[in-house]
Design a binder for this molecule. Structure first.
Ligand code: NAD
Length: 445
C-alpha cells in the first residue's frame, strides 16, 4: 500500500481514505508469516529426530539451540525445594495468581446441561477436564514466568490430572526460580528443560522421560507455532493444541483525548517482544502535529529501553493508519483481528459491542496492555496472525472437553424411531435402521 514517511517518523503512515479493499487486506498480513515452507523444512527434521531418538535427541537439540548441557531433560517438581524469591517478586506473583485464579475459577461451570428434546428423549452435556496437558512457556529472548501463570492456573482450575511444563533452560542448565515457584503453586508435576520445536515434539510424542500429553497449550515463536500446527495434524501424535499463538501484536485506537506518551508506551510494550512482532496505531482524526508528538515519544522512549534494537526492528515492520471516524477504526480493526486491542478514546467502553475480532480488549486510558499481560486476571495467551477471527484465547475451557449423553425411553423411541429409521434408509445404512426396528418389534431374527 502507498506509505508516506515523514522525516524522523518511526512508524510508516498510511491513509485509510485512499486505500482500496485489497490494500487494506495486504495491511492485515503479519511480518512473521513469511515463508511457511521454509519454516516447516526447519521444524520437521527436529521433530522427527525427537520422535525417533527421544531423550538423546532432546538433549542434543537443547545443547545446540539453548547452549545448555544437561544430564536429564526433566525436573521432577515435587523433588525440588520451594525456591526462595525476593519478597516483592513473590508478592507480585501471588497477587497476579489470585486475580487470574479468581477470573478463571468464575469460568468453571460444572453443572451438566440437561434438555428433554422430545417426550422421553433426554439429552445432556457433561464437562470433564483433559487428563494430561503440556504447557509451553517461552524462554528464548525473554523468560516469561507470567505465561506459566496464564497456562498453569486454568489447568489447575479445570482439574487436569497431569500437567507438565516445557521451557528452554538457562545456559547453566537451570530453570528460572520464578517459573519453578509458579510450577509448584499450580501443581505442575514435571518441567521439561527444552524449548522450540523439540519441546513440542517431546510432549506430543513422549520420550523416555517426558510423558506424552493429550493437549498442548502456550505461545511461542514461529518454530514453536509451526511445531504445534504439525503435531495437531499428525494422527500418530494424537494431540490437540490451544491455538496458533505466535509473535505478539497490539493495535491501539487513539483519538485526540489520548495521551501521546501512553500511546507510545503501549505500542513499545509489544514491539519489545521480538523482531517479528507488529504494532499498529489507528489514528482517529489525529492532526499531523499530534501524530508527530506520538512519533517523537516512540523515539524518545525507545532510546531508553534495553531492548531498543529489537524494538526498532519490529517498529520498522509496523505502521500507523489514519482514519476519520471510529466506525472506520473498528472496520479496520475487525479486519486485522489483533491479538490485543487498546481503545484509548473518549467513551472507550461504548465501543466494546462493536468489536467482532480481537483476542483481548483494553478500554480507556488506564487499561494498559501490561495489566492483562500480568495481573488483571484475564489470560494473555491469545490468538495472533488474525486467528482472533475464529479462535479464543486460553481460558479454563481450553483444559476441558464435553461429553454428551442421551437416555431414550420406550416412549421416546416411539417418538423419534420412525424418523431415525427413515434417515438411515436414505443413507442406505440398514444396520442402523435395524437397530431401531428390532426394538420396536418390526423385525425379528
Ligand atoms: P521461544 O521459547 O518461543 O523459542 C525459543 C526456542 O526457539 C529455542 O529454545 C530454540 O529451540 C528455538 N529456536 C530458536 N532459533 C531457532 C532456529 N534457528 N531453528 C530452530 N529452532 C530455533 O522464545 P522466543 O524466541 O523468545 O519467542 C517467544 C514468542 O512468544 C515471542 O514471539 C512472543 O511475542 C510470543 N508470545 C506470544 C504470546 C501470545 O499469547 N500470543 C504470549 C507471550 C509471548
Amino acid at each position: 500500500p502507498p506509505a508516506v514517511n515523514t522525516c524522523n517518523s518511526i512508524l510508516k503512515s498510511v491513509d485509510f481514505q485512499i486505500l482500496g479493499e485489497n490494500e487494506l487486506q495486504d495491511l492485515c498480513k503479519r511480518p512473521a508469516v513469511v515463508d511457511t515452507v521454509k519454516l516447516e523444512a526447519i521444524v520437521r527434521p527436529i521433530m522427527t529426530s525427537v520422535r525417533t531418538n527421544g531423550d538423546k535427541a532432546l538433549l542434543e537439540l537443547t545443547e545446540k539451540f539453548d547452549k545448555a548441557k544437561l544430564s536429564s531433560p526433566v525436573i521432577d517438581v515435587s523433588a525440588v525445594d520451594e525456591p526462595v524469591l525476593e519478597k516483592d517478586i513473590r508478592d507480585a506473583i501471588d497477587l497476579a495468581y489470585d486475580n487470574i485464579y479468581k477470573f478463571h475459577k468464575a469460568q468453571l461451570n460444572l453443572e451438566p446441561l440437561v434438555v428433554e428434546t422430545c417426550k422421553g428423549v433426554v439429552c445432556s452435556r457433561h464437562v470433564r477436564s483433559i487428563e494430561r496437558v503440556g504447557l509451553y512457556v517461552p524462554g528464548g529472548s525473554a523468560v516469561l514466568p507470567s505465561t506459566a501463570l496464564m497456562l498453569g492456573i486454568p489447568a489447575q482450575v479445570a482439574g487436569c490430572q497431569e500437567v507438565i511444563l516445557a521451557t528452554p533452560p538457562k545456559q547453566d542448565g537451570s530453570v528460572s526460580l520464578e517459573i519453578l515457584y509458579i510450577a509448584k503453586k499450580v501443581g505442575v508435576s514435571k518441567i521439561v528443560l527444552a524449548g522450540g520445536a523439540q519441546a513440542i515434539a517431546a510432549m506430543a510424542y513422549g520420550t523416555e522421560s517426558v510423558p506424552k500429553v493429550d493437549k498442548l497449550c502456550g505461545p511461542g515463536n514461529s518454530f514453536v507455532t509451526m511445531a504445534k500446527m504439525l503435531v495437531q495434524n499428525d494422527s500418530t501424535a494424537s494431540v490437540s493444541i490451544d491455538m496458533p499463538a505466535g509473535p505478539s501484536e497490539i493495535m491501539v485506537i487513539a483519538d485526540e483525548s489520548a495521551d501521546a506518551s501512553f500511546v507510545a508506551a503501549d505500542l513499545l510494550s509489544q514491539a519489545e517482544h521480538g523482531t517479528d512482532s507488529q504494532v499498529v496505531l489507528v489514528a482517529v482524526n489525529l492532526s499531523d502535529k499530534q501524530l508527530d508528538i506520538i512519533q517523537s515519544q516512540l523515539d524518545a522512549q525507545a532510546k531508553r529501553l534495553p531492548r531498543e534494537k529489537i524494538v526498532r526492528e519490529s517498529l520498522s515492520k509496523s505502521f500507523v493508519i489514519k482514519v476519520s471516524s471510529m466506525s472506520q477504526a473498528l472496520y479496520f480493526s475487525n479486519k486485522y483481528a489483533p491479538e490485543h486491542l487498546l481503545i484509548n478514546t473518549q467513551n472507550a467502553e461504548d465501543y466494546l459491542k462493536d468489536v467482532q475480532n480481537a483476542g483481548s480488549v483494553f478500554l480507556g486510558p488506564y487499561s494498559s496492555e501490561s495489566c492483562g499481560d500480568y495481573a488483571s486476571g484475564t489470560n494473555h495467551t491469545l490468538p495472533t496472525y488474525g486467528y482472533a477471527r475464529m479462535y479464543s484465547g486460553v481460558s479454563t475451557s481450553s483444559f476441558q472437553k464435553h461429553i454428551t449423553a442421551q437416555c431414550v425411553s420406550k416412549e421416546g423411541l416411539a417418538n423419534i424411531g420412525p424418523a431415525v429409521a427413515t434417515l438411515a434408509a436414505v443413507e442406505k445404512l440398514d444396520a442402523h435402521r435395524n437397530a431401531i426396528l428390532i426394538r420396536q418389534g418390526q423385525i425379528d431374527y
